[in-house]
Design a protein around this ligand. Structure first.
Ligand SMILES: Nc1ncnc2c1ncn2[C@@H]1O[C@H](COP(=O)(O)OP(=O)(O)OP(=O)(O)O)[C@@H](O)[C@H]1O
Ligand SMILES: [Mg+2]
Length: 317
């Protein structure tokens, strides 16, 4: 039987049982094909940068003229969704046109609600960016199974790699596949069996500190071994930078600075890292996107707020 809500299925004695990957894939295969290319940001490890990368990716894609639907599965933190709400507030208060992904948070996470929200927001979206909350659940499994591109951020720590696999520091081999990687592997296999295109799985190092060179090299070696074993690509990732978090209360990324009067230009290394992340995703773009970029600003200018917002933003100059 298909399970369509966020509670794990229960056996007769009330013990939670995980949904089999075949059931999960059969469920998504039985529904309408969603429009656009699905990019899911997922890792069962929390705090690794899923929402930060999802937000930057959604904004970067919208900046390229793509129609982006951003779905937040984390109904408690709502980071991706809040970022987009703040972004609307900034655009309308300052009176600027910002490339705008449309978004929703699933309050009752179910496949039915996911489909409904995507189609309601933009039935002709080019990309659907999903921020999957950091814990296994039926909707988390569907988000992973749906991914044409699956992005898994990890921090530069062996503790984070455990969810992918155990790296033996003596033999330097992978001794055991981690719980998240096992789930991804099974869902990918079922996806292919059901006739979907293979998932492009990419692991990004995030919050890399260049001062930790030796640790960074050991992590890179372990990730290489894992990527061979689990068949994922490794992105060059993002370093630890205030630029990737300071503008969140405004719903902005450094990509937006050029739209804002009086703001300084984005630093070259921040721009390079975002460009590199987008290049690593290796996405294909629709050809109609360019004219959409030329659309005139739609924002309403509220004079009272302009001064207050500009003053607050100026502190980040
Ligand atoms: N590259 C980066 N440089 C600086 N700070 C970062 C970077 N990436 C993420 N952060 C910060 O790390 C923290 C965790 O990031 P984020 O909330 O995106 O992770 P998450 O995986 O979505 O977490 P959760 O599992 O709780 O949903 C946040 O404070 C965020 O601002
Ligand atoms: Mg998050």
């Amino acid at each position: 039987m298909l399970n369509d809500n966020d509670q794990p299925p229960q056996s007769r004695d009330g013990i939670a049982t995980d949904e089999h990957p075949r059931v999960v894939v059969a469920d998504i295969a039985a529904r309408f094909r969603l429009p656009g290319h699905v990019i899911t940001f997922a890792n069962e490890k929390g705090g690794v940068g899923k929402s930060t990368l999802a937000f930057h990716t959604a904004v970067a894609l919208a900046s390229l003229g793509q129609r982006v639907v951003a779905i937040d599965l984390d109904r408690r933190q709502r980071t991706l969704h809040r970022g987009l709400q703040y972004r609307h507030g900034t655009a309308s208060s300052v009176g600027v046109h910002l490339p705008m992904p449309v978004g929703a948070v699933l309050d009752r996470p179910s496949a039915a609600q996911l489909w409904q929200e995507v189609l309601r927001l933009d039935a002709a979206a080019d990309f659907i960016v999903i921020d999957a909350a950091g814990a296994d659940s039926p909707i988390f499994r569907r988000a992973v199974a749906l991914a044409d591109t699956l992005v898994t951020p990890v921090n530069s720590s062996f503790l984070d790699l455990e969810l992918l696999g155990r790296h033996n520091p003596v033999t330097r081999e992978i001794s055991q596949t981690g719980c998240f990687a096992s789930l991804v592997t099974e869902l990918r296999a079922e996806r292919i069996e059901a006739g979907f295109a293979p998932t492009d799985w990419i692991v990004f190092k995030n919050r890399v500190r260049h001062a930790e060179k030796r640790q960074g090299e050991r992590i890179a070696e372990a990730l290489q071994a894992l990527s061979r074993e689990l068949d994922f690509r490794i992105g060059q990732g993002l370093s630890e930078r205030v630029a990737f978090r300071e503008l969140f209360p405004f719903g902005l990324t450094h990509l937006d600075l050029k739209h804002l009067p009086g703001m300084s230009q984005m630093e070259a290394h921040t721009a390079r890292e975002i460009d590199r992340m987008m290049a690593d995703l290796a996405l294909s773009f629709s050809e109609e996107a360019a004219p959409r970029l030329a659309q005139p600003p739609k924002a309403r200018r509220l004079n009272r707020s302009v001064a207050a917002f500009s003053e607050a933003l100026a502190a980040y100059r």
